[in-house]
Design a protein around this ligand. Structure first.
Ligand SMILES: Nc1ncnc2c1ncn2[C@@H]1O[C@H](COP(=O)(O)OP(=O)(O)O)[C@@H](O)[C@H]1O
Ligand SMILES: [Mg+2]
Length: 214
């Protein structure tokens, strides 16, 4: 089993969007997948309730109630963590994860909060030793904007692998409102799946391989 912790203390940066789309990507490729929600706003569990019966199955785990609850035989677990997570709680959740995915928006406030949080968690052994990598994802990127340019400068210095950039697309909220993701309608979202998501999926899957041999 491979477990992905989606975290960033800033609200609205795309954690639930990343968590739900990643979970759906795994489920649609035939893997037994669960989505654990550790956010009082319960966005991921709400999304699962909207999910159509015939969509690829994703099991919901309410970690607000039962943190660490697990199902047997899972191939992939995605953990959606709420905003404002303190370092201590991140440390506990990190034990259940193989890697961290951290979205960042092109906003000075998001960059500052993310930078400060990274400095704190870099003192944790699995992070400082690189045994649990942090995959940074630039989110809601709009080409040739000043904000995107500044985020690029931030990403250049972030000190962790910047795995991909997600462009700003209304498809995410449109699909989410139906309990779906871009991976549930791959034909309609072929170009963003290939350009924006495949680098992240490949990065996650390469951790599985590292885990298997290591
Ligand atoms: N790449 C994107 N393009 C367009 N809208 C996005 C994108 N990523 C997130 N959003 C939207 O931004 C809002 C906040 O995203 P969300 O995933 O809920 O953030 P978080 O879980 O970090 O609070 C949602 O309305 C979501 O649809
Ligand atoms: Mg959320």
């Amino acid at each position: 089993m491979l477990s992905v912790l989606v975290a960033n203390p800033k609200g609205g940066c795309g954690k639930s969007t990343l968590a739900t789309n990643l979970a759906a990507a795994f489920a649609n490729s035939g893997m037994k997948t669960a989505l654990a929600d550790v956010d009082p706003q319960k966005s991921s569990l709400t999304w699962l309730k909207l999910r159509p019966q015939d969509a690829a199955k994703i099991e919901g785990l309410n970690w607000l109630k039962n943190e660490g609850e697990m199902t047997k035989g899972l191939h992939r677990l995605v953990i959606d963590v709420g905003a404002g997570i303190p370092k201590q709680h991140f440390d506990v959740l990190l034990k259940a994860a193989d890697l961290v995915v951290m979205p960042v928006l092109p906003s000075i406030f998001d960059e500052t909060t993310t930078g400060e949080f990274l400095q704190k968690v870099e003192t944790l052994k699995p992070i400082s030793k690189g045994t649990k990598p942090i995959a940074i994802v630039g989110n809601r990127m709009r080409a040739n904007t000043r904000a995107a340019g500044r985020l690029e400068a931030f990403l250049d210095d972030v000190g962790h692998q910047v795995v991909t950039r997600l462009s700003d697309r209304s498809a995410y909220s449109e699909m989410a409102s139906q309990g779906l993701s871009v991976f549930d309608r791959p034909g309609a979202h072929k170009s963003i799946i290939e350009s924006d998501w495949m680098p992240l999926i490949q990065f996650v899957e390469s951790q599985d391989w590292a885990y298997a041999v290591g």
